[in-house]
Design a protein around this ligand. Structure first.
Ligand code: DGI
Ligand code: FE
Ligand code: FE
Length: 203
């Protein structure tokens, strides 16, 4: 169902955001964002969630990806969002929190569910909302992704048993971070443990 958002339609609003995003990301990152947007709409269709909300959240999830470290930290602090020492040392983690601020201020998204899904898309969290899980998974499985272990299996599982798919993504990410000797955020571990315990995943 297409409905109006203020004076412009949902489609017009999506297109407005898409054009702005295209100018602020590399071509590769923009294509990834379109992939996440389309995949989020497919997952929303599968699980009976609002497809328009999912595709806008997917489109904007990485809207802060091109910011430098200082800008990321400043954006998050100006919005009075706390940063942890691990985020300050690993600023790539901050593009999620900074993205939630930019989506709200620059892209004028006022839907708090969309803002939350952008905020948590990198680490996930225990007890994610439907939209948070949709964006977390879409980010991982979108068509442009390659070189992820068991990607075909995770893609299938995302459309079959979401919680198990989330646990599989978390495990892969943690293994990847360990292989590269990167610091692992507590919330990344908490997300893995929660979804391992709340699904049939047993690795
Ligand atoms: O932004 P994307 O590349 O599409 O994907 P993403 O938002 O999941 O971000 C992936 C990046 O975040 C990747 O560089 C690994 C990093 N990351 C995720 N969890 C952790 C982490 N980095 C550290 N140091 N610790 C984490 O727990
Ligand atoms: Fe991201
Ligand atoms: Fe992404």
């Amino acid at each position: 169902m297409k409905y109006k958002m203020g004076t412009i339609s949902i489609d017009e609003n999506y297109d407005r955001c898409r054009k702005m995003l295209k100018d602020s990301l590399s071509h590769k990152r923009y294509m990834h964002s379109i992939g996440v947007s389309d995949t989020a709409a497919c997952l929303a269709m599968r699980y009976g969630y609002d497809m328009e909300k999912a595709r806008l959240a997917g489109l904007l999830h990485d809207c802060a990806k091109a910011l430098g470290t200082d800008e990321l930290i400043r954006t998050v602090r100006e919005a009075k969002i706390e940063t942890s020492p691990i985020e300050e040392e690993n600023p790539e983690l901050l593009h999620a929190k900074a993205g939630s601020v930019i989506a709200s201020k620059r892209y004028e998204v006022d839907d708090q569910e969309i803002i939350g899904a952008i905020f948590y898309h990198t680490t996930g969290r225990p007890e994610m909302t439907w939209l948070e899980k949709i964006i977390f998974l879409a980010d991982y499985i979108e068509p442009n992704r390659v070189d992820i272990p068991e990607l075909e299996k995770i893609r299938k599982q995302a459309f079959t048993e979401m919680n198990e798919a989330v646990a599989m993504c978390c495990r892969n990410s943690i293994e990847h971070l360990k292989r590269n000797s990167r610091m692992i955020d507590r919330i990344t571990i908490d997300t893995y443990e929660y979804y391992r315990e709340n699904s049939n995943y047993n690795e």
